[in-house]
Design a protein. Sequence first.
Length: 159
Amino acid sequence: MKPRHSWPLMFAVGFAIIILTSRLSSPVFAQPQGTPLSQVETAFDAVHTAEQAGANVTGLDLMLNQASGLITEGAAIQSSNPAKAQQFFTQAEGIAAQVTSDANAAVAGGQAATFRGELVLAGELGAIGVGCVLVYLFLPRVFWRIWAGVNSGSKVSPA
């Protein structure tokens, strides 16, 4: 007799275990307003917006990484040296505020750069289109003039 496997039951139990364990270890992303981490998250959102607008955000990313590093260092020493940890948190808040203001300014620059790029592309496509029309209009005339000049000394005789 063949053993009976209840794979739907095994699948359901496995799925329930995965869901329950993922719920137990899910990180908390919501930070109270005013904490250094929430300010870095706000700065990250501003940098993301600037990047979507076409701005170069490489320097802003480096500053965000520096602020994140300061928060990590501050959290690591908070129990042993709270004064130094607070100093790290204050520096991270300052960097996050600077990144946010720089990102908001970069949005306008990114939009202008995108617009200039679109104008250049439109100009290039227009020039290619005009070139194609000119070739279409004048190539047959130029071709036949050159052909007539090259073959001007030829004589055509009946065969």
